[in-house]
Design a protein around this ligand. Sequence first.
Ligand code: ADP
Ligand code: MG
Length: 239
Amino acid sequence: AEAISVLRKRCRLHVSGQNIPQPLTSFEDLKSQTGYRCKKYIRNNITSSGYTEPTPIQRQAVPTLLARRECLACAQTGSGKTLSFILPILMNLKKHSEDGIRAVVLCPIRELATQTAREFRKMTKGSKIRVRALTRSMCLDPNIKDLPIDVLVSTPLRLEKLLKHKKLSLDKVEYLVMDESDKLFEMGFVKQIDTIVEACSSPRVVRALFSATLPDSVEELARTIMVDPVRITVGEKNS
Ligand code: ADP
Ligand code: MG
């Protein structure tokens, strides 16, 4: 317990919530620390990306999401938040499935969705996991339901439109990530997000918010849709 608090202090990690998983000491210790196997393709992709040590937010968010705990994660821009949700999602999905979309990542703007999908693909090299950013042409595809997709990255508007027209089902979704959530809410996507949260109707779904800042209003809103979340902040809350 002493070592854990030293590690958190060194990384300026602040946590709150019940039964919080311990922070990762290293990528090599993923399996021994969390009990979840990290497939070889993932380990290879971490290495070939040049990532030697997890960043502070990754140390705490990865084991939290692996344990299927909902979380509010706040760390400054450039601190590696993307990999914080990519790793646990890939470790839990394990391989491609024909059953439908199992993870959704919401981004405030399309460019970020494209970037996030690209980061996912870097980590899925060597596996058959299918990651797609929701494009305009996909939205027009009458067979969109049958596209093989494991992870879908989208803006709230595009995804909500598809749901409204019943062109897509999210009832197999196990991870719903709201990235840059302060912006998502500031930009007024509350209604769209509500629809998407409702569509992710599986009892297994884990919701997570990632953000550079966590205004009280966003945290309050988030807590209305989350079950027993872990709050993780690196450094000062709204710096
Ligand atoms: P954020 O979403 O917090 O703004 P990103 O996820 O975009 O940050 O990551 C910022 C940069 O850090 C990216 O270029 C990414 O490749 C790099 N990065 C992520 N994780 C690590 C790591 N463990 N070690 C070194 N670099 C990393
Ligand atoms: Mg980011």
